[in-house]
Design a protein around this ligand. Structure first.
Ligand SMILES: Cc1cc2nc3c(=O)[nH]c(=O)nc-3n(C[C@H](O)[C@H](O)[C@H](O)COP(=O)(O)OP(=O)(O)OC[C@H]3O[C@@H](n4cnc5c(N)ncnc54)[C@H](O)[C@@H]3O)c2cc1C
Length: 404
């Protein structure tokens, strides 16, 4: 009732509207047919060449522009940014509908741009920056990657050594970033830099948006164990960045960084669910009876998927109540990476040798891409150990780790 009065559609009305719209622009997923036909990809990170990455990115951008232009993206954003001013959980309502349709799978750079970087700009950006960056990022005309980690600054991110030195109206950036997902297709890199080496490490940091095509930026792909290169090294050799591309105040970059990292945890809760469901389908379609052990593992995985979805609902409930879902988000990320691990265990047991020898049979060897990709998510976005530390300190109130 209150929602009706405020011009916010009822949930069912919204979901029906989303479904009807999706039918006009996408094919229902069920149309892919029976088990054993259609794509058997369960890749966690794609094995793309640079050309394939560019092609796929362009396809997803095309889809994202349709969504944005027709009012089904940026749902929670103000109208002035092309949004509809809906509460945060409407995004989840939309996603639940979209899952039933065959739409392009969004590689990491898309959620990074729309759900991590754009909200940080909304919090920390000047009015001019918001006008300049938000629409193109929400519409994905411009994509943004995270230039956070360095070889000596991962879990201990505040130890970054990439220097930014003031030069009149500009800054000059010099350093080396690593593990940058999507750097090959990004327009912008959000760089966490040291602007004052003489103060406490968290106080000497400032964040800049760097054009990835600026002179002095070099991107070198890193070969992952999946065979692909979804992440890269990025060298910044005397890159000039105008002060108007600084995000947040000088020396306040740690708080800007934390805004991005919190959004990253929030975005991770549904990781691995699709592949867990697919593994359970595999168990149901195996051309032999399951052993007792396999049944146990399958039942356990089924329970996990239910619990993970419930954790997702708790995150939604926190958002509905207007609370920042801090602890729920860390639990969600940690739980998701364990689901991915258990999915690997079940599939390994079910498929045995046909997992490691490519016989061309549908839905067998393809699982290597899950097995080799899944461990990456126990590291990306804050390792499992770091999530546990957050829970221990912030939820359980245990004594803090000694400061480094
Ligand atoms: C697939 C993937 C994509 C990524 N994408 C990006 C990206 O786009 N941009 C970006 O900037 N970075 C990215 N990263 C980097 C990622 O954020 C870091 O790898 C991560 O934060 C861990 O840092 P590290 O690799 O330096 O490991 P380290 O911090 O050196 O950790 C090594 C080990 O020590 C443990 N450890 C460290 N500190 C503690 C502690 N205090 N207590 C207990 N255990 C501890 C860790 O859990 C880990 O097991 C990506 C990583 C992966 C795997």
């Amino acid at each position: 009732m209150a929602e009706e009065m405020s011009g916010i559609p009822e949930h069912e009305e919204f979901r029906t509207g989303a479904r009807q719209w999706l039918r006009t622009v996408a094919r229902p997923r069920a149309a892919d047919g029976e088990w054993g036909s259609g794509s058997d990809s369960v890749a966690v990170f794609e094995n793309w060449t640079e050309e394939q990455e560019r092609e796929h990115t362009a396809r997803v951008q095309e889809w994202e522009r349709i969504r944005y232009d027709q009012g089904w993206s940026a749902l929670t954003w103000e109208e002035s940014y092309g949004g509809r001013g809906l509460p945060a959980y409407y995004e989840q309502l939309y996603r639940a509908e979209e899952a039933a349709f065959d739409v392009p799978q969004r590689p990491e750079i898309f959620p990074v741009t729309q759900a991590l970087v754009a909200p940080a700009i909304a919090i920390w950006g000047t009015e001019e920056q918001k006008r300049r960056w938000l629409r193109p990022m929400l519409r994905t005309d411009e994509l943004a990657c995270q230039l956070f980690s360095e070889t000596e600054a991962g879990s201990d991110l505040a130890a970054v050594r990439t220097r930014a030195v003031r030069d009149g109206d500009d800054w000059v950036l010099t350093g080396h970033k690593v593990w940058t997902s999507g750097a090959r297709v990004a327009t912008w890199g959000v760089a966490v830099c040291r602007t004052d080496p003489d103060v406490r490490k968290h106080a000497g940091i400032t964040v800049f948006l760097v054009r990835m095509d600026a002179p002095g930026v070099t991107v070198r792909p890193i070969r992952q164990m999946t065979g692909g290169s979804s992440f890269n090294e990025v060298y910044l050799d005397g890159v000039t960045v105008p002060d108007t591309d600084r995000l947040g105040p000088v020396g306040e970059g740690w708080r800007v960084t934390l805004s991005v990292l919190a959004a990253e945890r929030l975005d991770s809760g549904s990781l691995g669910l699709d592949n867990a469901d697919r593994a359970l389908d595999l168990a149901a379609h195996l051309p032999r009876p399951l052993t007792g052990g396999e049944q146990q593992r399958a039942a356990d995985l089924h329970i996990r998927t239910l619990v993970q979805r419930l954790i997702g609902l708790r995150v939604t409930a926190a958002l509905v109540a207007g609370r920042e879902p801090g602890a729920e988000a860390s639990v969600g990320k940690l739980y998701a990476t364990e689901t991915m691990r258990r999915t690997s265990d079940l599939v390994s047991e079910l498929l045995g040798p046909s997992l490691v020898a490519d016989t061309g049979e549908w839905g067998t060897y393809a699982w290597t891409e899950h097995l080799l990709g899944a461990p990456g998510y126990s590291i990306a976005g804050g390792t499992d150990e770091i999530q546990r530390t957050i829970l221990a300190e912030r939820v359980l109130g245990l004594p803090k780790e000694p400061a480094r």
